[in-house]
Design a protein around this ligand. Structure first.
Ligand code: N01
Length: 536
């Protein structure tokens, strides 16, 4: 089958790309490995899963009618509600007819003679297209963590990002959770209420801010819908796409009592936006210390047992330099009689046994063990299929020392291949849904421009790619992020290049660069037509 554009991935970004490019008159097919749409929101069906960006902001902005129709029930939507929303969008915009489910892409190969991409599924089916859009997500390749002896364990082993369709029955069960990132933090209080006994295996204590979740009242719903355009504009013009604009002062220039009051207000309402209480929390160590110290005190106040409290307080890294969590009762869950913590930084997991897990010479018996150990972030999903560009060079080879791109969107040597919210773009340092819509809107204008001018090839120049990578690195060096090993830097996987991957210059700054690029006739891209080339 030959189409104008093949989109890989039917999550939020892939569906938006399908809708927008189809409206433009392109023929589009979306290839999706799963048997349902929704991407990460389809797979991560663990108990307690919910978004930690507010529902009104973590939703599509492209259709004012959709905005007015949809009624969010809670400030932070649960996974089932988000999946219902995604399915509603697919039906409302008649998207399903162009989505191929159960279709895992094995390879995408650029054919230089025809200037077309040839995409092959793992069952041998083939599609060809002028353009390929990679919309596979940044956190959709789960880490396949294993421990010695795992196959001997007699109970059930579950990976949080491949949650079973049949909900496990936790009643009366002894449950282990390994990992205390956002997934572990979200499921802990919920499973604690259901299971007979829950043991959390923590390697690194993380900062977490209360979600301050609440039902959305009719009054709030009406107020947001009356001013939705302004809300969207505020989000687009805020650093992270969440709508929060920081106090323009340095945290250390503010009198201590005023700073404390500002943190208290942010703690009680802002969730993820806490990091934006002052402009330099992620830029200046002394400012960050004030925020980190405040959060440590808040965590301490939630945990009754002094020894446990000590273990749960993050100590060795500045707040926000690893992705903080947003929780609904995580720390308080450890005050329950049926919840225990094992600090595996002190006593690493040695092995699984038929009965459970062995650490520090002690065997802990379990019926269910849950891995919440995260993902091969940013590049894991993009490098799973074999993507071969000009001259037979693969994306894996090209990115062997870390991902390089122009604007996070295009890669030199890979004409007409475009990445949505990939490394080199604000992606995981932003409201990802907003960032993906921003890029898709920009791409649709680029496609219209090229079609109008007869350009059939779009490719990042080598020089533009080099400059962009340098710029991404320069911006990162202005921040505290590089101080801490995190998945932003590739530290979550052994042998992964240590390169800071997301763009830390903010969604507004990034959008201005996109706009400037377009205004300059897509400077940095080689736009080519069959007979002659135009180097912009
Ligand atoms: O994964 P993580 P996650 N043995 O990488 C530990 C998004 N998200 O699935 O830090 C034992 O954050 C690891 O320890 P350490 C969000 O962007 C969003 O929780 O490597 N432990 C860490 O504690 C989030 O940041 C939402 O020392 C091992 C944990 O497992 C991202 O997804 C909800 C281990 C992994 O934490 C990923 O979150 C959920 C091992 N071998 C997720 N390997 C919402 O929007 C790793 N760990 C709500």
């Amino acid at each position: 089958m030959d189409v104008d554009a093949i989109v890989i991935g039917a999550g939020f970004a892939g569906l938006r790309a399908l809708h927008t490019f189809r409206e433009q008159g392109q023929s589009v097919v979306v290839l999706e490995a799963a048997d349902g749409i929704g991407g990460v929101w389809y797979f991560n069906q663990y108990p307690g899963a919910r978004c930690d960006v507010e529902s009104f902001d973590y939703s599509y902005r492209f259709s004012p009618e959709l905005e007015q129709e949809w009624r969010w029930s809670e400030r932070y939507a649960t996974q089932p509600e988000i999946l219902r929303y995604i399915n509603h969008v697919a039906d409302r915009f008649d998207l399903r007819r162009d989505i191929e489910l159960d279709t895992r892409v094995a390879s995408a190969r650029f054919d230089e003679a025809s200037s077309r991409w040839r995409v092959t599924a793992d069952d041998g089916r083939v599609w060809t297209a002028r353009r390929v859009i990679l919309a596979m997500g940044q956190l959709s390749a789960p880490k396949d963590t294993t421990y010695p002896g795992q196959e001997s364990f007699a109970g059930q082993i579950i990976y949080s990002a491949r949650w079973p369709k049949t909900e496990p029955d936790f009643a009366g069960k002894r449950v282990a959770i390994i990992g205390t990132g956002s997934s572990g933090v979200q499921m802990t209080p919920v499973i604690a209420r259901k299971a007979a006994q829950l043991t959390v295996f923590q390697r690194t204590a993380n900062y977490s801010i209360p979600a301050a979740n609440a039902p959305v009242s009719d009054e709030e719903d009406q107020a947001v819908k009356a001013g939705y355009r302004q809300r969207r504009d505020s989000a687009r013009n805020s650093p992270s796409g969440l709508g929060f604009v920081p106090d323009t002062r340095s945290a250390v220039d503010v009198p201590a009592d005023e700073r404390e009051a500002a943190y208290e207000a942010a703690w009680n309402r802002l969730g993820f936006g806490f990091a934006l209480t002052f402009k330099d929390i992620l830029l200046n160590q002394a400012s960050n210390d004030t925020a980190s110290e405040f959060i440590r005190r808040k965590i301490a106040a939630q945990v009754d047992d002094p020894a446990l409290r000590e273990k749960l307080i993050p100590k060795d890294f500045p707040f926000g330099t690893r992705r903080p969590s947003v929780d609904s009762g995580y720390f308080a869950a450890f005050n329950r009689d049926n919840v225990a913590l094992v600090d595996i930084s002190e006593t690493p997991i040695e092995a699984f046994t038929p009965a459970g897990i062995c650490t520090g010479g002690t065997e802990y018996p379990f019926d269910i063990i849950i891995y919440a150990t995260g993902f091969d972030a940013f590049t894991g999903s993009l490098l799973k299929p074999e993507v071969i560009g000009r001259g037979g060079v693969s994306l894996r080879e090209k990115w062997a020392a870390g991902p390089v791109s122009f604007l996070g969107i295009g890669v030199h040597g890979f004409p007409n291949l475009f990445i949505i919210v990939g490394p080199g773009s604000p992606s995981l340092l932003s409201n990802v849904l907003l960032s993906s819509e921003e890029q898709i809107d920009w791409l649709s204008e680029l496609f219209a421009y090229c079609d109008a001018h007869g350009f059939d090839s779009i490719e990042a120049t080598e020089q533009a790619e080099r400059s962009w990578v340098a710029h991404v690195n320069d911006r990162a060096q202005e921040t505290l992020y590089p101080k801490t090993p995190s998945y932003y830097l590739g530290a979550e996987m052994p042998n992964k290049p240590r390169v800071f991957m997301p763009y830390s210059g903010g969604v507004r700054g990034y959008r201005r660069i996109l706009e400037k690029t377009a205004a300059l006739g897509y400077e940095g891209l080689t736009l080519r037509m069959t007979e002659h080339r135009v180097d912009a």
